[in-house]
Structures are given as structure tokens and as C-alpha cells.
Design a protein around this ligand. Structure first.
Ligand SMILES: NC(=O)c1ccc[n+]([C@@H]2O[C@H](COP(=O)([O-])OP(=O)(O)OC[C@H]3O[C@@H](n4cnc5c(N)ncnc54)[C@H](OP(=O)(O)O)[C@@H]3O)[C@@H](O)[C@H]2O)c1
Length: 275
């Protein structure tokens, strides 16, 4: 079951994690608990999601040992000055009720704050034990290169949007070059890709659901981790059950062939200049 974990610069990241954006309060805690009961061992949150307390509650309610779960949180781009980053990470730990997260990410780059100071603070947060590993999110090829050259601790992941409508081969290749995992957010394209005839046909051939086909396509690519969000226990189980079948090279290529200009779904005003 080697492919259930992606190894990246010393980190071992479970290849399917639970995305938790918009899962807050009791619903959030229940979603985290049911995912852990279904076998998930990776939970993705962020200071900005307003759900770190709920994630911590779900984790404790599940009864799964802390060291069995890979917990990621993120620092919002307004908090990337060194002292702010440290404060943000400490506040996240307090809300989560944890002494350490497994991965601390810069949520988005911020051109108004020098990257050198941010990366230094991120590395210091790791050395201070606030996080086992560090990484970035929404970093372009150029920004990832810059982050890696500034860092004196390994960058283990770049979390970016990725689904069949969006070609991310450049950023994926850059992650591989640096030994970092590529963590796919919106991995099922916010469910919008599931009605694609090509995906439906592959699903029928494998007697799987379209979501399972897309998630299988994600984790079958080297170094790729996917963090689908679902608040529904049945869909959580569905999304996790992608390690007992495989897609052919032709099927993989057919899904890659759905990429199109304008396929990006998340592009806020503060986005970097995408590759
Ligand atoms: N770093 C960043 O800047 C960034 C940006 C965006 C997202 N993220 C992370 O990535 C995670 C995932 O992204 P996302 O939530 O935007 O998109 P997504 O995971 O691609 O799609 C989630 C949507 O699909 C539905 N869904 C889930 N499983 C399904 C299934 N098997 N069949 C049909 N529908 C299904 C969900 O509804 P139900 O809940 O009702 O199942 C939800 O509406 C986020 O939760 C967050 O943790 C990070």
C-alpha cells in the first residue's frame, strides 16, 4: 500500500486528506471525526477557515492517536511578516489544542512582504517545534524556486489547485525537481468535473464513481496528494476508496486531455502571476 503515502523531503504525507474549508463548528468536528473513522489520516485546515477548534475537537472525539494523523494548517498572507507568522502559528496550535502540527504552509504568497523574512520565520517555526514540516501554497514555479533557495529547512509541499480542467504540469515538475509533494486542492474541481462524459465513461468501465476516478487519477501521479472536501460520511468513504484499482495510461491521458484555458476555479485578486 505504498501509494497511500507520499514521501517528500523527509515527510510522509497520506495521499488522500480531508479538505475542511467551509466545514465549521459542530458540522466541522463531526466531519473530521467521521473521516478519521473511515480511515483518513490527513486533515487540511487553515487559520483563515475559522475551524481549527472544530478540527481539534473532531480529532479528539475520534479516539485516533495524535501521532497517527497528519495535520496541516496555514498562515494567511497578511500575517507573513516574521513576528506575525510566529503569532499566527502559535494561535493555530492553541485553537487546534495541539502542541505541534505536521505541516505549516504559507497560504498564499504576498508580494508586499519580503519572502526572505517569511521563509526565515517559517524555518524558525519548524526549529522551535511548532510544526514537524513546512511548505507553501499557491506558489508559482518562480516563487517555489525562490522559497527553496531561501529556506534552510526542507520545503516538503506546495499546495495548489489541480483537477482535470487545469494543467499543472509546470508546477508539478518543479515540485518533483525539489523533492516536494504537490498537494492538490479542489481535487475534484468542486464536483464540477464529475459530469464530464469522458470521466463518466471511465467510471462505468471500472464500476466506480466519477469522484473515485478523478481522485484515482490524482494519486496515480507521482508525488501528488489530494485533499477532497466532503462533510458527508458516505462521500468521505467513497473519496478515500481509491487505492484498490488503477487507471490505464490511456485513461490517465484522456483525463489530462480535459484541461482547458480558463479551467482555473480559484483566482482571487491577490493571486500571483500564474504559470
Ligand atoms: N490552499 C488554498 O488556497 C486552498 C484553496 C481552496 C481549497 N483548499 C483546500 O482544498 C480542499 C478541497 O477543495 P474544495 O473544497 O474547494 O473542492 P473539492 O474538494 O474539489 O470539492 C468539494 C465539493 O465537492 C462535493 N463532493 C465531495 N465529494 C464528492 C463526491 N464523492 N461526489 C459528489 N460530490 C462530492 C462536496 O460536497 P459535500 O461536502 O456535500 O460532499 C463539495 O461541494 C478545501 O476544503 C481546502 O481544505 C485550499
Amino acid at each position: 500500500m505504498d501509494e497511500m503515502v507520499v514521501k517528500a523531503n523527509g515527510a510522509e504525507i497520506p495521499a488522500i486528506g480531508l479538505g475542511t474549508w467551509q466545514l465549521r463548528g459542530e458540522e466541522g468536528a463531526a466531519a473530521v471525526k467521521s473521516a478519521l473513522e473511515a480511515g483518513y489520516r490527513h486533515i487540511d485546515t487553515a487559520a483563515m477557515y475559522g475551524n481549527e477548534e472544530a478540527v481539534g475537537e473532531g480529532l479528539r472525539a475520534s479516539g485516533v492517536a495524535r501521532d497517527e494523523v497528519f495535520v496541516t494548517t496555514k498562515v494567511w498572507p497578511e500575517d507573513l511578516a516574521p513576528a506575525d507568522l510566529r503569532r499566527s502559528a502559535e494561535a493555530s496550535l492553541k485553537r487546534l489544542g495541539l502542541s505541534q502540527v505536521d505541516l505549516l504552509l504559507i497560504h498564499w504568497p504576498n508580494a508586499a512582504i519580503p519572502l526572505a523574512g517569511t521563509i526565515r520565520a517559517l524555518c524558525e517555526a519548524k526549529r522551535a517545534g511548532l510544526s514537524r514540516h513546512i511548505g507553501v501554497a499557491n506558489f508559482t514555479v518562480r516563487l517555489l524556486d525562490e522559497a527553496v533557495s531561501l529556506a534552510d529547512e526542507p520545503i516538503v509541499a506546495n499546495q495548489c489547485e489541480y483537477h482535470p480542467y487545469l494543467d499543472q504540469s509546470l508546477v508539478r515538475a518543479e515540485c518533483r525537481k525539489h523533492g516536494a509533494a504537490f498537494v492538490s486542492y479542489c481535487p475534484i474541481g468542486k464536483a464540477q468535473v464529475l459530469s464530464e462524459p469522458a470521466i463518466q465513461a471511465i467510471a462505468k468501465a471500472h464500476r466506480r464513481t466519477p469522484a473515485q476516478i478523478v481522485l484515482r487519477w490524482q494519486v496515480q501521479q507521482p508525488g501528488v496528494v489530494a485533499i477532497p472536501k466532503s462533510g458527508d460520511p458516505q462521500r468521505q468513504r467513497e473519496n478515500f476508496s481509491v487505492f484498490d484499482f488503477g487507471l490505464t495510461d490511456e485513461e490517465m491521458a484522456a483525463i489530462c486531455g480535459l484541461a482547458r484555458p480558463g479551467g482555473r476555479m480559484v483566482t482571487p485578486a491577490w493571486s500571483p502571476h500564474w504559470d
